[in-house]
Write a protein that binds this ligand. Structure first.
Ligand SMILES: [Zn+2]
Length: 93
């Protein structure tokens, strides 16, 4: 975080989507949290646990459910229920 890149919106926290890697305002991303019982979609960003962010493209949610990016970011193995939860929670775009 010490690197200072010239840019707009430096005052707003930025996170990148774990699938497409695009940096965005944290508030426009949805946090996914690793819980002992499985993944939790945490729109408020307040749940405890290790979190990763997904953007509002449904393709990224599909990529998270079917690919390895999210699983790797959270170092979990996605179960059937996790995949289903992600596909149900994906934005309608
Ligand atoms: Zn994305």
């Amino acid at each position: 975080m010490a690197v200072r890149k010239g840019g707009r919106a430096r005052h707003r926290p930025q996170r990148s989507c774990v699938v497409c890697r695009r940096k965005q305002d944290k508030r426009s991303l949805t946090r996914i949290v690793k819980r002992s019982e499985g993944l939790l979609i945490d729109p408020g960003g307040k749940a405890e646990g290790r979190g990763a962010y997904l953007c509002q493209q449904s393709a990224c949610w599909e990529g998270a459910a079917n690919g390895t990016a999210l699983a790797r970011a959270l170092s979990v193995k996605l179960g059937e229920a996790d995949r289903r939860r992600l596909l149900l929670g994906k934005p309608e775009t």
